[in-house]
Structures are given as C-alpha cells and as structure tokens.
Ligand binder design. Structure first.
Ligand code: NAI
Ligand code: UGA
Length: 459
C-alpha cells in the first residue's frame, strides 16, 4: 500500500518516517519547498530523538520520498494522511482551519483513483462531516475518476517520544463511516495492532472529540496541581509531596501532576481554547467555561516566576517588576516548552525569559536544543552556548525547562561562577537542601518563599 503524508511538520514528518519503518512506501508533501528539500536530503528540520535516524534510513532505502506536488501524490497514493497545522487564529480562541481546508481541497482536486483521505490534525468537532461534503462536491464538479472516502484518525504522540508513540501507540482511534475505510486503516496499523494496541473504531464526531478531550484532561490535571501550588505558596506545604500522595490513588494517578511553570507547546494551550470556542459556537457557552480557569491558572504561573525573581533579587520586597529588575543579570535555563524538544511554541519558559527582559533584566539564555528557535522569536535576548556561560556573573539563575543537564547540575560547581548565589526552580526538580547547603537562596514554585538574609552569600 502506498501512503502519502500531507504536511511534514512535527506530526507529519514523524508519521511519514514511521510508516516507512513499518514497511510502506511513503511520499511526504509540504507547501514549504525548503522543508521538502531538507527532508529529501535526509535532514530533519527540528529536534526529535530517534527520528533523524529513521529519516536517513528510509530516504536512503528509497521507501520515503518528498514532494511539493499534489498531482504527484494524487496520482500515486492509496491513502493520504493529512497532518497540517491547526494553530490558534490570530486574536481569537478558535482554530485556524485554513490549512486543513486547503490541503483537503487540493487532494480532492488532484486524486485520480480510488483513495482514502485520513485526517490526523486536531480539529473542531464537525470538521470531518463538513470536509466529506467538500470532497464529494469538489470531485463531482470536476468529474474526477475514482472513489474518495474520508476517515479521521487523531494523533496522540508526545514530542520527545514521537517515534515510540507512533510505532507503539497506546491506542488507535479511527472515525469512519464505512466498513471499507476501517479495513484499510486496520491494514495500515497491522503492526501495532498485532502488538495489542487497543483499536477504537467510531464515528467522526467521537474521534474528533476524543482528541480534544484527552488534551483538555491533561491540561486540567496540570492546572489542578498548579492551583494547589498557589495555596502551598501562601500557607506553606510541599506541592511535590501532595502530588505524590494523591497520585498513589490509582483513580487519580501521579502522571501529569508535576507542578511548575505550566503547560505550553503547539497543542495543549491552543487545543483548550479551540475546544471552548467550538462548544460556544454550538450554543454551549457554559459547558467548557472551566477551561478559562485552566488557562488562567496556567498563565498565572508565569507571573509567579517573575514575582519570585523580583523577591529574590530584592531581598523579599515585592514591587512592580519594571522598577526593580534593571541591570540584574538573570540566567534562564531552558526555553523549550519541555525537554528533549527544540519546540518553543507557546513556551512558558521563553515567555518568562522575555518578560524578565522587558522588565529590564539582562537575560542570558541557554537551552540544549532551543536557542535557535527561541532567537527566531525573541532575537534581543542574549543566547549563550553553555550552562556555564549562562550562570557566569549572574545574580540569579532560573530553571524553566527540566533538561537532564539542569537536573544534574552540581551546586558546588555553579556557585563560584555566579555573582550572587540564588536559584529559582520553576519545575520542582532540584534538591533544595543541596543548593542551600552551599549558600544559595533557593525558591521553587509550589513552595512558600521566605528569604533568609543570613543565607545570602553575596560575594
Ligand atoms: N506536534 C505534535 O506533537 C502533535 C500535533 N498534533 C496536531 O497535528 C497538526 C500538525 O501539528 P504540527 O505537526 O505540530 O504542525 P507544524 O506546524 O509543525 O506542521 C504543519 C506543516 O503543514 C504544512 N502545511 C501547511 N499548509 C499546507 C498545505 N496546504 N499542504 C501541505 N502542507 C501544508 C506546513 O508547511 C508545516 O510544515 C495540528 O493539528 C496539531 O494539533 C497532534 C498530535 C501531536
Ligand atoms: O496534541 C498534541 O500535540 C500532544 O500534546 C501533548 O503532548 P506534548 O505537547 O508533546 O507534551 P506534553 O508531554 O503533554 O507536555 C505539555 C506541556 O505540559 C507540561 N507539563 C506536563 C506534565 C506535567 O506534569 N506538568 C507540566 O507542566 C510540559 O512541561 C509541557 O509544557 C499530549 O501529551 C499528547 O498526547 C498530544 O498528542
């Protein structure tokens, strides 16, 4: 079976290379010629563990090719996966559907044989039904040969684990409206099915909603624990112990209860906003209103980091950041939205770095993979090539993305490099005692901050 993958970003490039790994001939298509040139040379335009190796392997074997031509994919493939972006519309909460609509329209205009179009992008409920109508109308008007069906097969991969999640998914969900479409998808996913991956075959609406329900639930879990952080920061208590304790209850589970600077990335934030916008459009204004609070709690974490920086740098005094940060050197450790990724889309870490800069601080940024993308968004920050370069001469270091390199920092080695020994743990991954033992002022999200002047060892 020949597969095409339309849109070769994070999702599409991963899906294309993994489908080649499963033994299929694959043709990836994108409207960005530079991306297609790079992928055709076996160069991955972003960082994703294990993906580069698969790309090189299958470009070399000839099983994986790339094109910008819809005519080529329309003549060639049996199954077309659509993985183009569905970003938040500028100035609105809703998803911008123009890329999905354009991709599906182009396919409908260029397919010249029997084929199945399979949507993988995350979309508002009702999209598949609308697109099925669009496909049939377009093809009838052009009197094109071949039967073209549509299915929706949402994707649950996580960045940083994209290859594993695609080759060994924890479930496969397909929204279909014919037995034939389901059988084709069962053939595509024969390998993970043979490994026992649960297969959920359902209607279009359920498939679309499963995806946004999953992301809304994950976002809710994170903001739930971060809301408790606001309480422990006020009254005292240990947010990590609290998460561990409730997480032992299997009905709750410990995963996604890591308190910190909150969720970001190209999906969770925009997906909860798009869900809310869609249900409001359906007249259900109150139904997902709680997601406003989930979003607000998440964004307040970023304010909290800036407030903490002000407190730490001003010996406990809380004032407006714009009046207190000028001239202070702050080392920002991590700018990607999560470790093992170079993705800075809606990254809480990068947002905080920029806010500190706006408040007048001299911000030195180091991220093992994210500096280049971050510099594309906020070129005025000072990007440096190592952890040591970032902390040297700094008044304060702030850990915002929990890369292993940061989790494994030795406070005794960092201490002599800094001008003042002060650290904020924005992800709750550092051992507070190890830092205070060598004279650091240590503050962490989810913990009450009390500055002890005695502990400050300004040099
Ligand atoms: N990134 C992730 O980890 C996951 C993403 N998703 C969903 O997958 C979709 C894609 O997300 P990403 O891959 O992150 O986006 P992305 O922005 O990395 O990639 C989208 C790609 O589509 C291309 N494109 C735009 N219009 C096109 C057209 N008309 N024809 C062909 N290509 C076109 C763009 O040039 C770009 O390369 C979104 O709906 C997202 O919510 C779902 C699960 C995981
Ligand atoms: O739709 C998508 O694109 C994907 O979105 C998320 O995957 P991803 O964005 O790659 O990253 P996550 O691991 O979910 O982390 C999202 C954000 O939440 C934060 N997070 C996560 C877990 C936690 O306990 N605390 C926390 O703050 C992370 O730092 C990160 O900023 C989902 O986990 C995937 O299942 C989904 O396919």
């Amino acid at each position: 079976m020949r597969l095409s993958v339309i849109g070769t970003g994070y999702l599409g490039a991963t899906h294309a290379a993994c489908m080649a790994e499963l033994g299929f001939e694959v043709l990836g298509l994108d409207v960005d010629p530079a991306k297609i040139d790079a992928l055709s040379r076996g160069e991955l335009p972003f960082h994703e563990p294990g993906l580069s190796e698969l790309l090189v392997k299958h470009v070399q074997s000839g099983r994986l090719r790339f094109t910008t031509s819809y005519q080529e994919v329309g003549d060639w493939a049996d199954v077309h996966f659509v993985g183009v972006g569905t970003p938040q519309k500028a100035g609105e909460s809703a998803a911008d559907m123009r890329y999905v609509d354009a991709a599906v329209t182009s396919l409908a205009q260029h397919i010249t044989r029997d084929a199945l179009i399979v949507g993988k992008s995350t979309v508002p409920v009702g999209t598949a039904t609308r697109l099925a109508g669009l496909i049939q109308a377009t093809r009838a008007e052009l009197e094109l040969p071949g039967e073209v069906e549509l299915a929706w097969n949402p994707e649950f991969l996580r960045e940083g684990f994209a290859v594993k999640d695609t080759l060994h998914p924890d479930r496969l969900v397909v929204g279909v409206d014919s037995e034939h479409a389901e059988q084709v998808l069962r053939q595509v996913y024969a390998a993970p099915l043979a490994e026992g991956a649960p297969w959920i075959s359902t209607d279009f609406e359920t498939a679309e909603l499963v995806k946004v329900a999953a992301n809304a639930f994950l976002a809710t879990k994170i903001s739930f624990i971060n809301a408790f952080s606001e309480i422990t920061e006020t009254v005292g208590g240990d947010i990590t112990t609290l998460a561990d304790a409730i997480g032992h209850d299997p009905r709750i589970g410990r995963r996604f209860l890591n308190a910190g600077v909150g969720f970001g990335g190209g999906c969770l934030p925009k997906d909860i906003r798009a869900l809310q916008a869609r249900v409001s459009e359906l007249g259900l204004d109150r139904t997902m209103a709680f997601l406003n609070d989930i979003d607000d709690i998440n964004l307040r974490r970023r304010d909290r980091v800036v407030d903490l920086a002000v407190q730490v740098l001003n010996e406990g005094a809380v004032e407006a950041p714009s009046t207190v940060l000028p001239g202070q050197k702050i080392a920002v450790l991590g700018v990607t939205f999560k470790p093992d990724s170079d993705d800075v889309r809606d990254s809480p870490a990068l947002d905080v770095a920029n806010r500190l800069f706006t408040a007048g601080a001299d911000v030195a940024v180091y991220d093992p993979q994210g500096n280049r993308n971050a510099a594309g968004r906020f070129p005025r920050l000072d990007y440096v090539g190592s952890l040591e370069a970032a902390v040297t001469g700094a008044d304060l270091a702030i850990l915002l993305t929990e890369w292993d390199e940061f989790k494994q920092m030795d406070p005794a080695q960092i201490a002599p490099l800094m001008k003042h020994r002060a650290i904020i743990d924005g992800r709750n991954v550092l051992d507070a005692k190890a830092w205070t033992d060598v004279g650091f002022t240590h503050a962490a999200l989810g913990h009450r901050f009390k500055l002890s002047i005695d502990e400050e060892t300004a040099e």
